[in-house]
Design a binder for this molecule. Structure first.
Ligand SMILES: C[S@@+](CC[C@H](N)C(=O)[O-])C[C@H]1O[C@@H](n2cnc3c(N)ncnc32)[C@H](O)[C@@H]1O
Length: 228
């Protein structure tokens, strides 16, 4: 097969699958994901620039198609463990085969586990220098209990990305509950904390230094780096 024919065949394979992340496979082959490549790149810079990933172990919880696991590998992580369950199950439109195609072509060294968030523990997934907990927090029925468990897996830095509740005029910690599908019409969204709430929770579960950035223009999302 010529290089051109191989790219066409890969693009057809990619197109046959559902995608959350728009992933660049090279040579013009791109997955048709919801989260555009330019956004993945911008978020990646905010996630990884403050970290020295080289030689570190990274756990990516709720990796979906694996865009940030690939980026951690590119940035020199010694070991990357990517986990998910919901997005790969019949509860969701995602498909683990998209992650597997990404891994096969872009970072075969990534290790993978199909494990649901309630089953994550230091016994099941171990401890890691860096834990990525991106876009998962507000989906949890028991966010504080889960954060405490996930924190125990991070020996150096926990990176938490979440939707943020807009609550001006207070620096007190608050978290809003969505009993139905009030947040983005999605019944899997339960909670939206404000910045002070995330910072207070992260401090409570053992982190000393916390920084926060909005990923880009979206003031209602925050990326928190929590350091031991
Ligand atoms: C918005 S996606 C974020 C994907 C990826 N981490 C990122 O930042 O692009 C939400 C992730 O949370 C995971 N998740 C875990 N438990 C969930 C639940 N109960 N409901 C919905 N999503 C859940 C999904 O499988 C999915 O990977």
């Amino acid at each position: 097969m010529t290089a051109n024919a191989a790219d066409k065949s890969l693009q057809a394979e990619v197109n046959a699958l559902p995608w959350f992340h728009q992933i660049d496979f090279g040579n013009g082959v791109l997955s048709p994901g919801w989260i555009k490549k330019s956004k993945v790149e911008r978020v990646s810079r905010t996630l990884f620039d403050p970290l020295n990933v080289t030689g570190k172990t990274v756990l990516d919880i709720g990796c979906w198609d694996g865009a940030y696991s690939v980026e951690a590998t590119r940035r020199g992580a010694r070991r990357v463990l990517a986990t998910d369950h919901f997005a790969w199950s019949e509860q969701c439109w995602g498909d683990r085969r998209s992650f597997e195609l990404t891994r096969q072509h872009l970072a075969p060294s990534i290790e993978v586990m199909d494990i649901d968030v309630p089953n994550l523990s230091t016994t099941t997934v171990g401890t890691h220098d860096i834990v990525l907990f991106l876009g998962v927090f507000y989906h949890l029925r028991h966010p504080f209990e889960t954060l405490e468990r996930v924190a125990a897996m991070a020996t150096e830095c926990l990176v938490l990305e979440t939707h943020l509740m807009r609550l001006p005029f207070t620096t007190e910690p608050h978290m809003r509950f969505y009993p139905n599908d009030e947040l983005h019409n999605d019944h899997t969204n339960w909670w939206s904390p404000n910045r002070a709430c995330v910072e207070a929770m992260l401090r409570d579960v053992g982190f000393k230094r916390i920084t926060m950035k909005h990923p880009d223009y979206r003031r209602r999302r925050g990326i928190f780096h929590a350091w031991r």
